[in-house]
Ligand binder design. Structure first.
Ligand code: F6P
Length: 318
């Protein structure tokens, strides 16, 4: 099952789960539309050949949803009855913290075995250095910012580029360093409007004619990125400012090789963990090793940003 915001690599993870089941001689079903489909018993039988030709496809062919009904006890009872009627006796849930919270409650209420695979472009899950889709998104966004820089430098403009990351700045920080941004605004570090102006003034004085400022969607420095533009234009009239909100294009596209390999490793581990009688765990990556973390920790723990990268970025913008 895939649930919550889709992420590149989800299809590759489904393929890995299905093929690992086939390898071990276990029947496997796909659940359409996350917890919504579970409630409505929207299942499909999947064998090794059902998942051919999808390792390179973005999105999730099982589709995804954010279910309100599953948040109610009645909804979860319906979901449990649907699974039992279809002879399904364990779940692999691919998604983010909302998906894992649902899985954990479901396990606690019905003692139903669940294993999570982290799939979200935000990389905001504790217990893994990388979530599925994160690497692909970094590459997609860096490519787009390179293109924005072409037009920014042709017109001597300042661009605010808003990237996804509802509560965290992993995408912004990494693409900011990767694309050579002049400033990176993330929710974890409050730069403040005064320091932003100082930094832009310094940048102009050092001879730069155009600038890119990467802003994480969840950053709190202004109410939104358009307000930041107005503020800078008011205080630094020498700057001509434009805004680019990248939006959902960041979630699409063919998964990178890294995400495909990670999805394959995680899918194998998820099924084999269930076969060993394990439950309530999330499969993650740490120092290039696949490891298991209790779902509860994955949900409650914080995925910290890399402070070293902030320093690297500061030095690079000298
Ligand atoms: O969690 C992934 C994410 O893409 C966030 O970066 C973003 O804030 C959110 O999902 C958008 O959600 P939706 O697709 O429901 O608008």
């Amino acid at each position: 099952m895939t649930s919550g915001g889709d992420a590149p690599g989800m299809n590759a993870a489904i393929r890995a789960v299905v093929r690992t089941c086939a390898f071990h001689g276990i029947a496997c079903s796909g659940v359409y539309r996350g917890y919504e489909g579970m409630i409505e018993a929207d299942f499909i039988n999947l064998d090794a050949r059902s998942v051919k030709g999808i390792i390179n496809k973005g999105g999730t062919f099982l589709k995804s949803a954010r279910s309100k009904e599953f948040r109610t006890k009645e909804g979860r009872i319906k979901a449990y009855n649907s699974l039992k009627a279809a002879n399904i006796d364990a779940l692999v849930c691919i998604g983010g913290d909302g998906t894992f919270t649902g899985a954990l409650i479901f396990n606690q209420e019905f003692n139903f075995p669940v294993i999570g695979i982290p799939g979200t472009i935000d990389n905001d899950i504790f217990g893994t250095s990388h979530t599925l889709g994160y690497d692909t998104t970094l590459n997609t966004v860096v490519d787009v910012i390179d293109k924005i820089r072409d037009t920014a430098s042709s017109h001597n403009r300042l661009f605010f580029v808003e990237v996804m990351g509802r509560d965290v700045g992993h995408i912004a920080l990494n693409v900011g360093v990767g694309a050579g941004a002049e400033e990176i605004l993330i929710p974890e570090e409050d730069l403040g409007l005064d320091r932003l102006l100082e930094s832009l003034t310094r940048s102009k004085e050092s001879g730069k004619s155009s600038s890119i400022v990467v802003v994480a969607e969840g950053d709190k420095i202004g109410k939104n990125v358009f307000e930041l533009k107005d503020y800078v234009e008011e205080h630094l009239p020498e700057y001509e400012v434009r805004v680019s909100v990248l939006g959902h294009m960041q979630r699409g596209g063919s998964p990178s090789c890294f995400d495909r390999v990670l999805a394959s490793r995680m899918g194998v581990k998820a099924v084999e963990s269930l076969l060993e009688g394990k439950s309530n765990l999330m499969v993650g990556l740490s120092s290039d090793k696949i490891q298991l973390t209790p779902l509860e920790k994955a949900i409650k723990g914080q995925s910290k940003i890399n402070k070293e990268l902030i320093r690297v970025s500061d030095i690079m913008t000298t």
